[in-house]
Design a protein around this ligand. Sequence first.
Ligand code: PBG
Length: 524
Amino acid sequence: MARIRHSLSQTSLPNPLPSQLPTPIPNSLLTILAACASRSRSVKSLTQVTLAQSIHTQGSNHGHNCAQFTASALSVCVAGRARARRSKFEVEVGGRGWRLDLAMAGLAMAASGVSQALSTHEGLRRVAPVVAAAAPARGVCLARRVCVQAIAEPVTKRDRTIEECEADVVAGNAPAAPAVPAKAKAPEGTPKISPLVMPARPRRNRRSPALRAAFQETTVSPANFILPLFVHEGEQNAPIGAMPGCQRLGWRHGLIDEVYKARDVGVNSVVLFPKVPDGLKTSCGSEAFNPDGLVPRCIRLLKDKFPDLVIYTDVALDPYSSDGHDGIVREDGVIMNDETVHQLCKQAVAQAQAGADVVSPSDMMDGRVGAIRNALDLAGYQDVSIMAYTAKYASAFYGPFREALDSNPRFGDKKTYQMNPANYREALIETRMDEAEGADILMVKPAMPYLDVIRLLRDNTSLPISAYQVSGEYSMIRAAAAAGMLDEKKAILESLLSIRRAGADVILTYFAIEAAQYLCAERF
Ligand code: PBG
């Protein structure tokens, strides 16, 4: 505690203090609420926080998922063992980008502080609104979890406490079987029938939340998401008209803030898409391999701030091409394959050099995966992975993306390199090639209109599959929800679940942060 107090002492208290503060207010709680409330990135010392070693261990076992950190921390508190575990909160885990985890530690400590002053349940109930008020941005989903936990009444039988029930059993009075409940009344006019004779009733396995959860075949987790981020040279974020809720992020600040938000809810993978100024676009797209270009700069900045962030990059010439095509365009309009591959290899190496973890060729030239693998290996980047856009279709659903990057082809379409939406078997040809050429992950794109292709790849390769829920899929859900035609949250989660059910391991989705927030709030 001494150490955490010391590291937090440079933070000023939120002003005014949230009005629902419980009384008496434990000193430690005040300090921690101050930390939760502080959204200022200038409070550098906060990255050097102490964090419960027990939480840390559990958290890292689950892949550094921040939400799970909190869950573990809270469960420690809820179990009423906060005091016993408190000493473990003092273990230093150091300044390696732990800023966000401070909120987790803070919440856990806050809950534990109040739990000590009041009963555990009442403590949670009281701390929930305080935390919600104190940490509006990065604590929001955690606060929701706390609220959910606090609001749920403990289930006891016939108004007796758990202790009374236990005492009965200890005294040798085993409880009687529950009485068969009286049939609830059916509405007037319900036909009187004898029950159907039917041994199999699939609805039995769906009749309660616990049974439904037990037999759920597919799950979605923030760890499955890759968040696509649009970046530009500007300082300000700029909204993208065709993608409400998405922005072109200023690479110095907006980008960092967005990644903070993502990691806060357990999304630790991003893929970068640059909006390149027109003046830098050429017919051969050489800006794509400028080591000081926008993408390499973003990668270096992100790796400096978040060494464990997984950074994917896009390998294709379209954002850099004055023709808006993924490859070099010959005079007669033909997209030149092998010459383009040469450029793509240089692009991939430049991205690896800047610190990319996974390069993702989205261009659909033949042979590019093998050539990029070779170029990466020759340059010493054996550990950089390739996520191949294996089955990428010439789709109308990329429209909003091209507006975002201002990368519409200046003439024609992309049908000589992207796949015909009518084709299924052809995806297997691409699969076999990309596998043989050393791809680490195979992608299907778009996702929802191509669930059959995701399943096809799932059944025909042992490699991980990714699916790209593209801009058009995103904008459709947003637009329908804005018009009041869909329940946005349910539609988002169902779309992601269906993509996982079809066989995708990871999903590139513009909903990543929002969906992860929903999932954090639900899972507690
Ligand atoms: C560029 C690229 C595109 C997308 C990802 N990388 C556009 C295209 O191929 O025309 C589309 C992503 C989306 O629509 O969300 N090669």
